[in-house]
Design a protein around this ligand. Structure first.
Ligand code: SF4
Ligand code: SF4
Length: 179
């Protein structure tokens, strides 16, 4: 059984926003909301500064607080792929998951249920990459099975230094950023 994750090469990201537009189109994201977004982080001390542009989304945590706090089971981990998903008609809109997610990855859809990136699981089930991955003009995003030692995502992870966002939160994110 796969355990899906993403590996994103921050050295190749040019901040073009194509991933954000592709997600909004593919997933019919309501106006004013986003399921993925860009973060620009500058680190170091002048003149030794470096900048990282990150395409972020739900980090599909292995230890997801959003699932643990959900009172109805609407937020759950799917068996196949181990992705965190939301069953819309089980959601009562209590926003507990929005408060529990340390990444601000969730929002309340105008129809009243919690919403977020699904890793485009509907596409993945058709053997396609998530929309963001498929449109990236620099091919900086890679999607695949983190439990398969021979998968391209694992080979990339093993070939370069990488990090995850907010490791101190203990959520064990599955979106990895190559430095
Ligand atoms: S990033 Fe937030 S919404 Fe996504 S699995 Fe982790 S805690 Fe849940
Ligand atoms: S808003 Fe919906 S998915 Fe989130 S915790 Fe409440 S019932 Fe569960």
């Amino acid at each position: 059984m796969p355990r899906f994750g993403m590996v994103i090469d921050t050295k190749k990201c040019v901040g073009c926003m194509d991933c954000v537009v592709a997600c909004q189109t593919e997933n019919d994201v309501p106006q004013g909301f986003a399921k993925d977004w860009l973060v620009t982080e500058v680190t170091g001390t002048f003149p030794d500064l470096s900048m990282e542009i990150r395409s972020e989304r739900c980090h599909q945590c292995d230890n997801p607080p959003c699932v643990y706090v959900c009172p109805t089971g609407a937020s759950h981990i799917e068996d196949w792929g181990k992705t965190v998903q939301i069953t819309e008609d089980k959601c009562i809109g209590c926003k507990a998951c929005l408060a529990a997610c340390p990444y601000g990855a969730r929002f309340t859809h105008p129809d009243g249920y919690a919403d977020k990136c699904t890793f485009c699981i509907h596409r993945v089930k058709e053997d396609l990459d998530p929309a963001c991955v498929s449109v990236c003009p620099t091919h900086c995003m890679h999607f695949g099975d983190l439990d398969d030692a021979e998968s391209p995502v694992n080979k990339l992870l093993n070939s370069r230094e990488s990090h995850v966002v907010l490791p101190e939160a203990g959520t064990k994110p599955r979106v990895h950023y190559l430095k």
